[in-house]
Design a binder for this molecule. Structure first.
Ligand code: B4P
Length: 191
């Protein structure tokens, strides 16, 4: 099994690049952001609760996203591997993910972290906010709150994977195609 984490701040290109990677490598895409937005659109109790956090630029509680990921892993017993997009976002989520994969005799193969300067992150997210219905991209204050949450709670997750020798950084400020080629080079070096 090849299990990849796409890591990086909001707007760094995780969702954009995940689409291309699944097409090329046949991995199952697990995006906690997409799963939460589906719950919101279906107006489930989970979605209503999650929306309160997301609309403030805050992370959704660990136990909620960990349970979502656990059930999606269980639903795909024959997967060649997974691409985790936007998960794990806290150290508790990283430890839970290691545990979930270990139970299936698997592990994280590689963490690729997209590095993009903050002004470019803000530009991309506000541009998406102006052209889509995503409430969490709607204002600069909200976008900045999400970036702060990333530095506070998500950036420390990098150390967890660096200690395991699985963490690599990639320039994410080029075009979508340029970034994709850099990611493929790293993935191909392990396959
Ligand atoms: P996500 O859905 O993961 O959203 P995101 O971090 O903004 O990244 P996304 O993948 O969508 O954007 P991308 O960089 O590809 O999370 C949303 C919220 O859900 C979180 O704030 C949190 O509240 C909650 N949540 C999700 N997972 C959670 C977890 N594990 N724990 C707790 N809470 C969780 O793209 C951004 C824009 O940039 C796009 O418009 C794209 O077109 C553009 N772009 C991408 N690459 C580009 C490039 N190379 N050049 C120019 N533009 C580019």
């Amino acid at each position: 099994m090849f299990n990849l984490i796409l890591f990086g701040p909001p707007g760094s290109g995780k969702g954009t690049q995940s689409q291309r990677i699944i097409e090329k490598y046949g991995l199952i895409h697990l995006s906690t952001g997409d799963l939460l937005r589906t719950e919101i659109s279906l107006q489930t109790s989970l979605g209503i609760m999650a929306r309160n956090f997301m609309d403030q630029g805050l992370l959704v509680p660990d136990e909620v996203v960990i349970a979502m990921i656990a059930s999606r892993i269980d639903e795909n017993p024959r997967a060649l591997g997974f691409i985790f997009d936007g998960f794990p976002r806290t150290c508790a989520q990283a430890i839970a993910l290691d545990d979930l994969l270990n139970r299936k005799h698997g592990e994280i193969s590689l963490v690729l972290s997209l590095v993009v300067p903050e002004p470019e992150l803000i530009r991309r997210l506000l541009h998406r906010g102006a052209t889509s219905m995503r409430a969490d991209d709607a204002s600069e204050n909200l976008v900045r709150a999400r970036i702060l949450e990333y530095h506070d709670k998500t950036a420390p997750v990098a150390d967890h994977y660096a200690r395991l020798g699985k963490f690599r950084t990639i320039r994410g400020d080029g075009s979508v195609e340029e970034t994709f080629l850099l990611l493929c080079t790293e993935i191909d070096s392990l396959l």
